[in-house]
Design a protein around this ligand. Structure first.
Ligand code: ATP
Length: 315
């Protein structure tokens, strides 16, 4: 299937000479929720701004639903809704007018039924006549989403949608994003909250220093890079790793009170049975065992670290 967004060789060097993006290639599939993760300054907002036609790339090409974002800006942009990081609305206008006006900006004929539908979906219906300035921060954020959806886009960008919002609103947002996907809308979100990507995304892209270091299905990513650890609480502490256990990927922790065994979740054979046998043979007694799985957060931190190390070595 044709990707709904195709990003080819996108690079961006800002006027001051800073290169924020280096030749990014990425295809977004129709109907997916794609989470773009990356540390501060990685280039997430720059990439989104280029796809939305707000920032011009230094190199490369983007198409949205087949339309070139630079040559065919209006057609491409009409497919896209953008919820920016910063709230920007006219605070003296009512919610209803703000959202309806935004639809008009895209040259769409008025459709009060549709506006009512999105305001209801976003729990804004009761506030439709309120002035924006009288709304809470969370409500203002909902208005930004309603604005972004006002022209019925098939692609929605959410730049840090839940930064600084309370848990309840975050859950509501997730619910809303899932609802949008059910209606066939493709959603691309940037986030610092790994939990959000873990919860929401079908695919994850990790960007670091302007480079897309990884794009993967979330489940594959977690399976591929996820490690499991078995922590063995020893009966008596040891000062060194027992010599007879050299073949196992073991580390000593908690001042010699614990042995931590790391194994690959993908491998059929974990080696746990052999390890326990070896412990027995060595006469090492343990009082407890527990296993844990690495979270997306650990996977992410490792990736960004690896990328940094590789850069340092190359430089
Ligand atoms: N207009 C600009 N002129 C010069 N440099 C810029 C400009 N906009 C962004 N940058 C720089 O480009 C880099 C990438 O910024 P960008 O906002 O894309 O990162 P980000 O991944 O969205 O970060 P954050 O998570 O903090 O929002 C940063 O180092 C930033 O300082």
């Amino acid at each position: 299937m044709q990707p709904i967004i195709s990003i080819e060789g996108i690079g961006k060097t800002y006027a001051g000479g800073f290169t924020a993006l280096k030749s990014v290639d990425l295809d977004i599939k129709q109907g997916e929720i794609f989470a773009l993760l990356g540390p501060n300054g990685a280039g997430k907002t720059t990439l989104i701004s280029i796809v939305c036609g707000i920032v011009n790339p230094t190199s490369g090409r983007v198409t949205a639903d087949g339309h070139d974002i630079q040559r065919d800006f209006r057609a491409a942009r009409s497919k896209i809704g953008l919820v920016p990081q910063e709230l920007s609305t006219d605070s003296f206008e009512s919610v209803w007018n703000t959202v309806s006006f935004s639809r008009g900006l895209f040259g769409k004929a008025p459709n009060p039924e549709y506006i009512e539908k999105i305001l209801r979906q976003l729990s804004l219906w009761e506030k439709k006549d309120s002035k924006i300035m009288a709304l809470s921060g969370g409500m203002k954020r909902r208005v930004m989403i309603a604005k972004a959806l006002s022209h019925e886009p098939s692609i929605l960008f959410l730049d840090e949608p839940t930064a600084g919002v309370d848990v309840e609103l975050r859950r509501d947002m997730w619910e809303m994003v899932r609802g949008l996907r059910e209606n066939g809308v493709t959603v691309i979100l940037t986030t610092h909250y790994i939990e959000e990507a873990e919860e929401m995304a079908d695919r994850i892209g990790v960007i670091n220093h302007g480079e897309l270091v990884l794009v993967e299905e979330k489940h594959t990513l977690m399976r591929k890079l996820g490690k499991k650890q078995l922590t063995i609480h020893l009966q008596n502490p040891v000062s060194d790793l027992p010599a007879g256990l050299g073949e196992f990927a073991l580390e000593l922790s908690d001042e010699g009170n614990q042995l931590v065994y790391t194994f690959d979740t993908q491998r059929e054979h974990t080696g746990i049975a052999e390890l326990l046998r070896a412990l027995n043979q060595q006469g090492i007694e343990f009082k407890d065992l527990h296993s844990s799985e690495s979270s997306l957060e650990e996977i992410f931190v490792n990736l960004v670290h690896q990328n940094q190390n590789a850069r340092q070595q190359a430089g």
